[in-house]
Ligand binder design. Structure first.
Ligand SMILES: C[S@@+](CC[C@H](N)C(=O)[O-])C[C@H]1O[C@@H](n2cnc3c(N)ncnc32)[C@H](O)[C@@H]1O
Length: 381
């Protein structure tokens, strides 16, 4: 069911006790300030109402031992569900942790906060501040921005602080992914695995394929905690295996990304893409890299004139992108277009080495045989 903001607020008012009047007033302002959810059953404030009341029917925000506040699933959240779509409370032109101009940053944040309702301002100041003991001291508004800023997309310089999404803790085996939806102008959080009721909803604070010690160093210096997730709290030999997979993922990503292999050694490129998918699965990383790899495989096929395989890869690119960002994301729309018209891609026919019409996707094959065909294993055309 799609909930409207007014509708949610109206039902909350009816349900409220007078003791919550002030908090509900804060809630009005908070809801107006931009928390939204496509699949929401109800939208409620996590910070101003009792913790046992689920927000949007999907999650609670409540404390967890050793982690401060956390976002916890209120019911089973299937893979691909949009858990939240939220407007930033404040926006920042760059990563506030990189910023040298503390005075300028403080002015930027305080001037945005001063334009917000008092309750939203108050809520901003309840967010976690990991920099209270910094030397030299830094203003709380900046400490909060540094602790809670989430980027507006992969490699984006801009970032924002969010009243709900910024409560999501980190895990290296995160079950949700944060992305910026440019057409909505909102940050979205999607479940990238099924999430059981009562389980914590987590995202990754670490970019790329960093080995365990680098992840730990970053999390400790930027966020002040030691990660004890299932990928970090393992035996030395398991950690070595994991680090080796990550090293190989970095290498494969670089090799595929150089662009030359797509036409010079396309078969090797396809093998590398397939190996990446296998390693990602072994590492339990089901996030935004998966659609990127399928896009690479799509490009290999289409650059060499194979519209049949390109169609299938575009379908997988689309499906995996829709899981992490939703069907309304720009990249999902592009993938959908390529599924229908692969020959319209700019690389189509760079060579016609693998020329094949779109209608030549084989039917009636077993799953195994289909995969062999798709990845051009020996003996398949
Ligand atoms: C963006 S905030 C997340 C919400 C925060 N827990 C709160 O209470 O508002 C980041 C901070 O949460 C805590 N945190 C996040 N992930 C954690 C984890 N896996 N283990 C322990 N603390 C974590 C750290 O204190 C970190 O600086």
């Amino acid at each position: 069911m799609v909930a409207t903001r007014d509708g949610n607020f109206g039902s909350l008012l009816k349900a409220s006790e007078s003791a919550f009047k002030l908090e509900l007033q804060q809630l009005v302002e908070e809801v107006r300030s931009g928390v939204d959810n496509d699949s929401a059953e109800e939208t409620q404030s996590s910070m101003s109402i009792p913790a046992q009341v689920p927000v949007n029917g999907l999650y609670h925000i409540r404390p967890l031992p050793g982690k401060g506040q956390a976002m916890v699933a209120a019911r089973k959240i299937p893979k691909g569900t949009r858990i939240i779509a939220e407007s930033p409370t404040i926006t920042l032109p760059g990563n506030p942790r990189d910023s040298a101009g503390v005075l300028h940053l403080n002015q930027l944040i305080t001037s945005q906060l001063s334009n917000l309702p008092a309750a939203t301002r108050q809520q901003y100041h309840t967010l976690h501040n990991n920099y209270t003991a910094a030397t030299p001291p830094i203003p709380p508004a900046i400490g909060i921005a540094r602790t809670n800023a989430l980027p507006f997309g992969h490699n984006s310089l801009s970032a924002g602080v969010f009243l709900h999404a910024s409560r999501i803790n980190h895990s290296c085996t995160h079950n949700a992914e944060n992305t910026w939806n440019a057409s909505l102008g909102k940050l979205t959080i999607h479940a990238i695995r099924d999430i059981e009721p009562g389980s914590e909803i987590t995202i990754s604070y670490v970019e790329g394929f960093k080995p365990c010690n680098q992840r730990q160093a970053h999390l400790l210096s930027a966020f002040g905690f030691r990660c004890v997730c299932e990928r970090c709290a393992v035996t030395d030999s398991k950690r070595k295996e994991s680090d080796e997979r990550l090293r190989r993922l970095v290498q494969l990503e670089e090799e595929i990304g150089d662009g030359v292999g797509i036409v010079a050694t396309p078969l090797a490129c396809l093998r590398k893409a397939r190996e990446m998918l296998r390693l990602l699965e072994e590492e339990g990383l089901g996030g935004a890299t998966v659609p990127r790899v399928y896009y690479d495989a799509f490009q290999v096929a289409i650059a060499n004139g194979d519209q049949a395989r390109a169609t299938v890869f575009a379908g997988r690119w689309y499906a995996s992108r829709a899981v992490v960002e939703g069907e309304d994301s720009e990249d999902a729309a592009k993938a959908k277009e390529m599924m229908k018209k692969p020959a319209e891609h700019r690389l189509f026919g760079t060579t016609m080495k693998w020329k094949q019409a779109a209608g030549k996707v084989p039917s009636g094959l077993s799953e195994e045989a289909f995969e062999k065909w798709l990845w051009r294993e020996k003996g398949t055309a």
